[in-house]
Design a protein around this ligand. Structure first.
Ligand code: ZN
Length: 267
């Protein structure tokens, strides 16, 4: 049997064993699957077959929220998507699940910088509010988690983005793809201006294999100016075709979209 990582058993307990809200710690009175879901995996209401109901029940169980309805509604969901350019005439749209504000900001910081796994159920609840990209499924899409450098991985001891991306992959049933690496010569993006962020990221990524599918879903934990996702998008867009030796027109066959857990303010 595959050994569960400590955070996985913590998530399992929060999901099935703990009936308290992961934010206010008050007992969840409303089953979360009765709350309106804004992801597109919902099954049309006019389909009443036994298997559809069963599948709906199983989906609900897996997609059930981890917050009480009050906390669920008190968080401002789904900021408007914003765009960054990745090539002439091509933009990358970035959709975040929420804003980088209280209480998500504190939860992300505790999770990222102090490896506080008790915050993971709250973050997972927020992550599940992201609308599943239309037309994307396991056979035509992959999720590309923002890669980290080996140096940072050693320093931090774990990779928060890959843990979140793995949860998103499970939720959307879209596989992860690890075909991009981050080159170790950049410094942390924190505290840099937009211009500094962009120049810091030139040549920060390299493709190590050709993407297996044409729909690439980029994912990062926090998108502030979107500079990291933009640089990753540019690399995927420009290097994908040079690897397969196609002309630049063929790159339009790659469809890139980007998602983040939270959209940070630049202030
Ligand atoms: Zn609550």
């Amino acid at each position: 049997m595959r050994r569960l990582a400590p955070y996985q058993s913590g998530l399992w307990l929060a999901e099935y064993g703990d009936v308290r809200c992961q934010l206010c710690r008050i007992y969840r009175s409303t089953p979360q699957f009765h709350l309106p879901q804004n992801h597109s995996s919902a099954i049309p209401p006019n389909n009443h077959s036994f298997f559809t109901k069963l599948r709906q029940h199983v989906n609900d169980r897996f997609n059930s929220g981890l917050l009480c309805s009050h906390c669920h509604h008190s968080l401002a969901w789904l900021p408007k998507p914003f765009e960054v350019d990745i090539a002439a005439g091509t933009v990358l749209s970035i959709q975040a699940a929420t804003y980088y504000d209280y209480p998500i900001r504190q939860a992300i910081r505790a999770f990222k910088h102090h490896e506080d796994m008790t915050k993971l159920p709250l973050l997972l609840h927020v992550l599940r509010q992201l609308p599943r990209p239309q037309g994307c499924h396991r056979d035509n899409s992959v999720i590309v988690a923002m890669p980290t450098t080996n140096k940072r991985l050693v320093k931090r001891g774990f990779d928060p983005v890959s843990i979140l991306a793995a949860q998103l992959s499970k939720h959307w049933h879209i596989p992860l793809w690890h075909g991009v690496e981050r080159i170790d010569n950049t410094v942390s993006q924190q505290g840099l201006t937009r211009a500094e962020r962009l120049s810091n990221l030139v040549n920060a990524f390299a493709l190590i294999e050709i993407p297996p599918v044409k729909r690439l879903i980029l994912f990062d934990d926090v998108a502030t100016t979107g500079a990291s996702l933009q640089a990753l998008g540019r690399t995927l867009y420009s290097q994908s075709f040079s690897l397969v030796g196609l002309n630049s027109q063929s790159t339009s066959r790659y469809q890139l979209s980007a998602y983040a857990l939270a959209h940070g303010s630049q202030l």
